[in-house]
Design a protein around this ligand. Structure first.
Ligand code: ATP
Ligand code: AH0
Length: 397
């Protein structure tokens, strides 16, 4: 038998597994690396986040990805090269993280790599019904497996699409297995480049769990700050706090059919981007607005799309709690608007025992755990989410 297959079989039989979850998101800030100790599988899964680090990308790496990110026309040769380059770069960052933790590759059972989304194209977003739903994450996992010597699972979203889904969001699977509560209705809100939440009705409820994208989390704000100030973000909402929300622009931004679609749904920076903003500004000759006013309005746009989504999902509920993860948790103006709308109902995801910044990387570790040791039957009650395991397996030898 192939020794790697033998290793995989042994790992699948272990009572617990040490899995490195990797996430590189739409904000392109860096590679999230979460060392997760996972025991059991399915609803009996227990996860302990042993270590977590985000290793920042170099500017040239980030700028290369930006040349192909969410664009219709790109340089094919660049895409081809960057796919391998992201894989080998992620491998180097993994080895750097392990060394800083005093761990050897041999200590790790599996890597679960999300990769880097460069284009997300469900029919609901492209409106092009000639082609099936599709999505593309790069960072080839064979490069990761060979360079780290660790069996690597990757490309999770393709299976979701192959089995009838739109490839995102996938958070429902991990959230449902780990964070469902016998008494509390929960909204697990992730404010990344794109905001999304998982709705977890209390266990035993007739309602089904599901995950849905909501709209722009940080992505348009980040793009605006990068274009006008060369900065990666509006840190601590400093720029937005200097401005005033322009209601005419806000109404234009909110006038988008995606925002009225039912749940679950998926989107990306393919829709919510600077072109989206500039078109709304041009439509009403709002070019005169100050950059501070535009940032204040963009911040409120992101907050409103999340608030409206949460209100829609919880209209029939007597009580619920919102647990916030993702980088937007650190945006004080976004959080202020959420807390004012849902008093005493908004808290950090850290209160569920996991570092909020590590949540998405942990999700992929859980998906890999389910693939090697789980049973798709355990996730058949998640709304509009195929009951399948996900991820391709790359062997080091
Ligand atoms: N102190 C802060 N002030 C304002 N915004 C912040 C702060 N810290 C982080 N952010 C925002 O969070 C972003 C990073 O969040 P995160 O890592 O969740 O994004 P991501 O992983 O790319 O998201 P996605 O879920 O789309 O993949 C930053 O780009 C920035 O917009
Ligand atoms: C195509 C893609 O990468 N989508 C991401 C993105 O980032 C947030 C939101 O849009 C979510 O749909 C998804 O990631 C999370 C981890 C998910 O699949 O649940």
């Amino acid at each position: 038998m192939n020794t790697c297959i033998e290793s995989l079989y042994r790992i699948a039989q272990k009572k617990e597994r040490l899995i490195l979850g990797l996430m590189s998101g739409t904000s392109l800030d860096g590679l999230d690396i979460a060392l997760c100790r996972i025991s059991g599988s399915g609803p009996s899964s227990k996860i302990s986040l042993e270590k977590f680090i985000t290793l920042d990308y170099q500017d040239d790496f980030r700028n290369w990805i930006r040349e192909i990110f969410a664009k219709r026309q790109i340089d094919q040769q660049l895409l081809c090269g960057i796919n391998a380059y992201v894989g080998s770069t992620h491998a180097a960052l993994i080895l750097e993280a392990l060394a800083s933790w005093g761990l050897a590759p041999a200590d790790i059972d599996l890597i679960a790599s999300h990769g880097q989304t460069v284009f997300h194209a469900p029919q609901s977003l492209t409106k092009d019904h000639r082609l099936p739903n599709s999505t593309l994450q790069i960072g080839d996992a064979d490069h990761i497996a060979v360079k780290t010597g660790i069996i690597t699972l990757s490309d999770f979203r393709q299976k979701h699409i192959a089995a009838g889904g739109e490839g995102a969001p996938l958070a429902a699977y991990g959230d449902y297995l780990l964070f469902s509560d016998p008494k509390e209705n929960r909204i697990l809100l992730n404010i990344g480049g794109i905001s999304n939440f998982t709705f977890l009705p209390s266990i035993g409820s007739e309602q089904k769990a599901y995950a849905t994208d909501l709209g722009p989390g940080n992505t348009i704000m980040n793009q605006f700050m990068h274009q006008h100030f060369g900065l990666e973000m509006d840190k601590d909402a400093e720029m937005a706090n200097k401005g005033k929300v322009q209601s005419e622009l806000l109404d234009l931004l909110l006038n988008e059919p995606f925002l009225s679609l039912g749940f679950p749904k998926t989107t990306g920076p393919e829709l919510f981007n600077l072109v989206y903003l500039e078109k709304k500004i041009k439509d009403k000759d709002l070019e005169k607005l100050s950059k501070e006013d535009i940032m204040a309005t963009l911040n409120t746009f992101s907050a409103k799309t999340m608030i409206l989504g949460i209100q829609k999902a919880t209209a029939e509920l007597e009580s619920f709690q919102v647990y916030v993860s993702g980088g937007g948790l650190h945006n004080p103006l976004l959080m202020k608007q959420l807390e004012e709308t849902f008093p005493n109902q908004v808290q950090s995801f850290s209160n569920l025992g996991i570092n909020p910044d590590a949540k998405e990387a942990c999700l992929f570790a859980v998906l890999a755990n389910e693939t090697v040791a789980g049973n798709p039957e355990d996730v058949k009650n998640i709304k509009n989410s195929p009951a399948v395991c996900m991820g391709k397996i790359s062997l080091p030898l």
